[in-house]
Design a protein around this ligand. Structure first.
Ligand SMILES: [Zn+2]
Length: 377
């Protein structure tokens, strides 16, 4: 097997390719496994670290082979994790584990392919409201979509305070939850500012000369845009335009917010945890974000652009956003075979938050468990 690099992030052959890999990474015995057959071990001549061919595979450290495609296909078809476990004859923990692995492969895929989008269409930003742990902890996914492609360019996540109509008992309970809210709630404008950062980064990479962004009339959006230094500067030189539309207008294809409304509908229909009145709601914020990333990559690079297009037409939302089909195929193929390493990726913003499981969950005060396959090596 070809060894691409040393898995030790502190070794010089982690970041620099050796002239002759065969000289640096020497075979160092082997071991038999029930799931993956005989696995050859190697040792790095430089740092003396030993590793195996499995170190570079998505199935690193697993004891059983499970199809990632099958798990993803079922997850994005509104199946609950327990239903997937029952259908595949595996445990619920195995399903969670494979979704977490797939999420990291998909982060790598998104980070590599997002900069290839041409950003020549107006952007639409809006929020999707759900909840995590209990309805007292509403969550807000702010999504950034392409108005023509419905490509999901970016998203942010925030936990909000419970609002809206409540009974007297619910009001009393929310009052008692104040210390929990203080720990996990972030203002919506902060979450929207992070989304603006993603927009600026994308447009700077694509050298987009005119950026149009549609949102509804939420005052937090306007505040975040006015306070953003780059967007304000771009607005002054007419490179950036912010348009607002009332959220009360009919949600038709002619609505400027159609792309966000469409994504809202698709996510609610495809991910069981976001369906109305679901009993399969999210219990853990980092795990919910991992499922969202898996859905984002599936929506962008695998799902057909329109269900009514002929079956032979496999155009995806990513292709409509200007990403070449060959690039999508090559990157997807690579990340189905080889494991993504945190130390090899330019992780930032929400991607870093998902990878290192940083999102806070109500009543959880201890650090989230970070499995070995999530670490650099
Ligand atoms: Zn090494």
């Amino acid at each position: 097997m070809h060894i691409p690099f040393c898995p030790n992030p502190r070794c010089r052959y982690h970041h620099h390719k050796p002239a002759c890999a065969g000289d640096v990474f020497r075979p160092y015995g082997s071991y038999a496994t029930a799931a993956h057959g005989v696995v050859t071990r190697y040792r790095c001549r430089e740092c003396k670290r030993t590793f195996s061919r499995q170190t570079f595979r998505v199935d690193y450290y697993t004891k059983r082979r499970i199809s990632y495609r099958e798990v993803t296909k079922r997850l994005v078809s509104c199946e609950s994790q327990r239903a997937i476990a029952r259908a595949l004859g595996i445990s619920h923990a195995s399903v969670r584990n494979r979704i977490a692995r797939q999420a990291r492969q998909d982060i790598a895929r998104l980070l590599e392919l997002l900069p290839l989008a041409t950003c020549k269409e107006p952007f639409v930003a809006d929020g999707l409201e759900s909840f995590c742990y209990a309805q007292d902890f509403p969550t807000h996914y702010t999504v950034l979509a392409g108005s023509k492609s419905q490509f999901l360019y970016g998203f942010t996540y925030a936990t909000l305070r419970r609002k809206g109509r409540m009974t007297a008992a619910q009001k009393r309970r929310c009052k008692r939850l104040k210390p929990v809210y203080q720990r996990i709630v972030a203002p919506l404008s902060e979450s929207f500012t992070a989304l603006c950062e993603q927009l600026v980064r994308l447009c700077a990479e694509a050298a987009a000369d005119r950026i149009v962004q549609d949102t509804d009339e939420h005052p937090a959006y306007r505040r975040a845009i006015s306070a953003h230094p780059v967007l304000s500067a771009w607005r002054r030189c007419e490179r950036y335009v912010h348009r607002t539309t009332s959220s009360k207008l009919p949600r038709t294809a002619a609505n400027p917010l159609f792309a966000a409304n469409y994504l809202d509908r698709e996510i609610r229909k495809d991910l069981h945890e976001h369906a109305r009145e679901t009993v399969c709601f999210a219990r853990n914020a980092p795990a919910s974000l991992e499922r969202f990333v898996v859905y984002a990559a599936y929506h962008n690079f695998e799902k057909r652009y329109r269900i009514n297009q002929p079956p032979t037409d496999t155009t995806t939302h990513g292709e409509v956003a200007g990403i070449p089909r060959e690039e999508i195929r090559a990157v997807t193929h690579r990340y189905r075979r080889t494991r993504a390493f945190a130390s090899k990726l330019p992780l930032w913003g929400v991607f870093e938050e998902v990878w290192f499981r940083k999102a806070p969950t109500a009543f959880k005060t201890t650090p989230e468990y970070l499995p070995k396959h999530c670490k650099a090596a």
